[in-house]
Design a protein. Structure first.
Length: 136
């Protein structure tokens, strides 16, 4: 069930992101608006667009959220791998699972480390001349 849904969500996200999808929706809305006088701007005429747009919006919210969740997880995994294979501080791996307060504390610590480094630019250099990760 997960694979077919992922494929469908990706396909819908791709197609709805195309300029032609916007143009088609715009043409549909314009066609509906122009048809108003033909139907006397009746309740049924209004109900058609209201119901259609409500259903599409409701379904798109879940498809977009699914796509964003997967994209975010993939991006985070890539960033974690870059941190893991570099001289960066491994404590940053997995911080997306922390609370907002905990992430803010880490961000402030990073800013303090940058300020200290800018005040003492050679302090983070080892005897070999290579940078060491800032510890804070």
């Amino acid at each position: 069930m997960e694979k077919p849904f992922t494929r469908a969500a990706n396909a819908v996200a791709y197609v709805t992101g195309l300029p032609v999808a916007f143009i088609a929706c715009l043409a549909l809305v314009l066609g509906w608006a122009v048809s108003g006088p033909l139907f006397g701007f009746s309740d049924t005429w209004q109900l058609i667009i209201n119901t259609g747009t409500t259903i599409v919006t409701f379904l798109m919210v879940f498809l977009i959220q699914n796509t964003q969740n997967r994209d975010g997880a993939a991006m985070q995994t890539k960033l974690d791998e870059l941190i893991r294979i570099s001289n960066a501080n491994n404590r940053f791996i997995g911080i997306e699972h922390l609370t907002e307060t905990e992430v803010e504390e880490i961000r402030r610590a990073c800013e303090r480390a940058v300020r200290r480094k800018s005040l003492h630019p050679n302090a983070s250099r080892s005897t070999t001349g290579k940078s060491r990760p800032a510890a804070d």
